[in-house]
Design a protein around this ligand. Structure first.
Ligand SMILES: Cc1cc2nc3c(=O)[nH]c(=O)nc-3n(C[C@H](O)[C@H](O)[C@H](O)COP(=O)(O)O)c2cc1C
Length: 191
């Protein structure tokens, strides 16, 4: 027996932190779980509807650029905070106490507490049939703190400890153990 769910997509989601500047160069960060990589160099974001509108969307429309950082086990509280309050009503940078510097390649902030950040240019901002906004960003550069690099200088998922969002349990979970090798394990099935 299988059960159908008409309006809930049950998936583990990435927890993305979107960094933007407004016209006065004030930094803001927003938590987005409905998003992710949608091509070799592209990231998609889904901005939902609120009466006053999201500060992040306004900022992206002004600057056309943003950063995407991956929330980690060490940043659970601030990452959730960035999804609970709007930059329209509170200065989230000041209240959270995070450290901000300008990205080298885009006009958007890097939040130092997040060790892995993609610098993105908005290619498309499209409204869907229910008024939500889909943004496609092109990744111009990825910047990683050396604390998450392995001995070969590559980003180590084990060191990064990214978290995912479980939209059913409303919990964050750390990405776990290695259970297979991509493009290889499937070969064992072939007769
Ligand atoms: C776990 C989690 C995931 C979220 N995912 C999204 C999302 O994908 N899209 C969205 O529009 N809002 C999402 N939100 C809500 C926004 O982060 C929230 O509305 C935030 O206040 C917007 O900030 P801003 O107005 O400063 O841009 C999420 C919040 C949480 C806690």
């Amino acid at each position: 027996m299988r059960k159908n769910f008409e309006d809930t997509l049950v998936t583990p989601l990435p927890v993305l932190m979107i960094g933007t500047y407004d016209e006065e160069e004030n930094a803001n960060v927003m938590n987005i779980a409905w998003g992710g990589q949608c091509g070799p160099k592209h990231i998609a974001l889904n901005i939902g509807i609120t009466p006053e509108g999201k500060k992040t969307l306004k900022n992206i429309k002004v600057k056309n650029e943003f950063t995407v950082s991956y929330a980690t086990k060490d940043t659970v509280e601030i990452s959730d905070y960035f999804g609970l309050f709007s930059g329209n009503v509170v200065d989230k940078i000041e209240e959270s106490g995070v450290s901000v510097k300008k990205a080298e390649n885009v006009d958007a902030p890097i939040i130092e507490e997040y060790p892995l950040t993609a610098e993105c240019k908005a290619l498309e901002i499209v409204e869907n049939e229910i008024g939500e906004i889909h943004i496609i960003g092109e990744v111009i550069n990825i910047t990683a703190d050396e604390s998450i690099l392995d001995d070969e200088g590559n980003v180590s998922v084990d060191k990064l400890q990214p978290i995912i969002y479980d939209s059913i349990g409303k919990t964050y979970r750390v990405v776990g153990e290695v259970v297979g090798t991509a493009f290889e394990d499937g070969l064992k099935v072939r007769k």
